[in-house]
Write a protein that binds this ligand. Sequence first.
Ligand code: FMN
Length: 388
Amino acid sequence: MTLHERRDDQRMKRLSGYDDVRAAAKKRLPRGIFDFVDGGAGGEVTVWRNRAAFARPEFDPHFLADVADRDTSTTVLGQRVAMPFLLAPAGLARLAHPRGGELDAARAAAAAGTIFCVSIASSYSIEEIRAVSDGLLWLQLYLWKSDEVVARLIERAKAAEYTALVLTIDVPAVGNRERDIRNGVSLPPKIRLDTALDALRRPAWVASYLRSSTIGMANLREVVPGDVGSVAAYVDRELTDQRATWDRVAWLRELWDGPLIVKGVLSARDARLAVDYGADAVYISNHGGRQLDSSPGTLDVLPEIAQAVGSRAEILLDGGVRRGQDVVMARALGATACLAGRPWFFALAAGGQAALEQYLDIVRRDIDRTLALVGVPRLDDVDASTLR
Ligand SMILES: Cc1cc2nc3c(=O)[nH]c(=O)nc-3n(C[C@H](O)[C@H](O)[C@H](O)COP(=O)(O)O)c2cc1C
């Protein structure tokens, strides 16, 4: 082990949580890739709001409450998880870790007893990911223009025993990611003269990237003949159907008999519609602030959405969830489970499966510690009275 590697190893042992994982990823990833993951749309007001929302509620701790036997496990859409902190769908994970990508994520999620929601834009296919893990997998879809493509993908998800379908509705157009424009980021990344210098400072990532055959959209290889470039053009053209209305949710409901989740809900109005059209869960998300800037922080809209949905559906939430404490707070405000995107990408970049397992363990231990500190030993007993 070189001196440099030994120092990195020491640093990984002292990981305290998300901030360290992000800092480690920043060191390892080329600037354009780091910014692609870290950044958001426009002035990144919503990225900030997602985090700021967690600073508002206050816990109301009860002490001397016998918290010796604690339980962080719960049930999400009928499935038992060790903790309600799931991996949100994020495409092209081999950008974070060119070899491990979604395979490492699936293995780490299974080891942590939680669910990995695979993006349809994953860099390994639905089947390749299933082959390395017998853990719980969900599949996220966009509303493609072609019904046949969607139906075929759903068939493949069923065959590979993915247990829930997540329909993302917040991409009628791709958000304006100013950092990507500034950095000249194209997907998949091309090493150009002006990025070469930066890339040379990240030799490990570049070597690993050049060895990986393709980072392109693995699930679409079967439907789009040709090279990665033509897959990218296809995605640009067909990614989302701008004419789509809620009727498409009803159509999906017919095709898929497992749990159906609608992702990208930010209002009580859309939450009610999602349930009316057959969703089993409403997934509150602003795409991590990557779509419409100045949309609300997700935790800020959780109470009104929880009230609108009542017991008709479960509620999932992502956007700025970084610690176990955040999960307990979201549960107190009515969410069944939280998901996170950037954390698992950065953990993979920091150190593959091992680093992600370590991060997930930090989150689980923080949920456990928070339960002791608020005086509610079982996560399932956390409710509005846990907050002031
Ligand atoms: C690099 C990256 C790629 C993403 N790709 C997708 C995707 O393919 N489908 C999707 O529904 N959401 C995607 N998202 C959004 C995440 O599912 C999630 O909503 C968001 O990351 C949550 O915010 P957080 O990163 O603050 O946890 C992506 C997010 C990131 C950071």
